[in-house]
Ligand binder design. Structure first.
Ligand SMILES: Cc1cc2nc3c(=O)[nH]c(=O)nc-3n(C[C@H](O)[C@H](O)[C@H](O)COP(=O)(O)O)c2cc1C
Length: 220
């Protein structure tokens, strides 16, 4: 089948809308997200391909408003500290925008905190035993654990969209990972990877632009 044929076949499916209709939503209606919907979207997320099928992910669904506020406070505290650094003296405006980008999750009725832990393949193990420097080990493995989490988070956001919810994949709040992990009672080896606020969008999601596929795809 030609690529044009495959593309038009895709465009007529619900899959196409789940992918192309999703965009990041940053303002939410306060209506709670029923547990069965949360379970359904996380159920889709864990279908992601993942290194060694090790399924190193964990999800904590935060509904409690006080807990969400405490998580936001933790991010604000880190940003306050960074803002006081001499290196930040000329970045006041940028930091204000960044703070908004890092903290709006607290206004969503639900925040999914996504945690992961390190995955070790046999090659990783051998590289470590051999004493390869971390930089070189990372170059040769490209963090399969992080890639696996990325697959799951993307599916989570697409599933939320297919169910009529808005969401936003957020790593900026990970600045406050130790405090957020403490608030949620999550312990090593699990580490916070992202927060994903979920709720009914206050306004219809606006699609963001992408470079044409021809710009990023080559055939050899
Ligand atoms: C790894 C990753 C981290 C992101 N972190 C944030 C974040 O902390 N705050 C935020 O508002 N958006 C965040 N985003 C959303 C991106 O800004 C957004 O996906 C991008 O601008 C494309 O827009 P779209 O999702 O509407 O297609 C993140 C996205 C990814 C994939």
């Amino acid at each position: 089948m030609s690529s044009r044929g495959s593309r038009s076949r895709l465009e007529t499916t619900g899959f196409a809308d789940a992918v192309s209709g999703r965009s990041s939503v940053r303002r939410y209606a306060p209506d709670p997200v029923p547990h069965e919907d949360v379970t359904a979207m996380v159920g889709v997320a864990i279908r992601a391909a993942n290194a060694g099928n090790a399924q190193t992910w964990r999800f904590v669904a935060v509904e409690d408003a006080d807990l969400r506020a405490a998580m936001k406070q933790a991010v604000d505290a880190v940003l306050d500290e960074m803002g006081a650094w001499p290196e930040a003296a000329d970045l006041e405006k940028e930091l204000r925008a960044y703070r908004a980008y890092a903290t709006f999750f607290a206004e969503a009725p639900l925040v999914l905190a996504v945690f992961g832990r390190t995955y070790h393949s046999l090659a990783d193990e051998l590289h470590e035993r051999r004493g390869l420097p971390r930089e070189q080990r990372d170059r040769l493995r490209q963090r399969p654990d992080i890639q696996s989490l990325g697959g799951a988070i993307q599916l989570l956001c697409n599933a939320a969209h297919a169910m009529g919810y808005g969401s936003c994949w957020m790593t900026a709040p990970v600045l406050a990972a130790p405090a957020i992990e403490g608030l949620l009672g999550v312990e090593p080896p699990l580490e916070l990877a992202a927060l994903v606020p979920v709720g009914r969008p206050l306004t219809p999601p606006k699609p963001s632009s992408r470079r044409p596929v021809e710009d990023v795809l080559e055939f050899r």
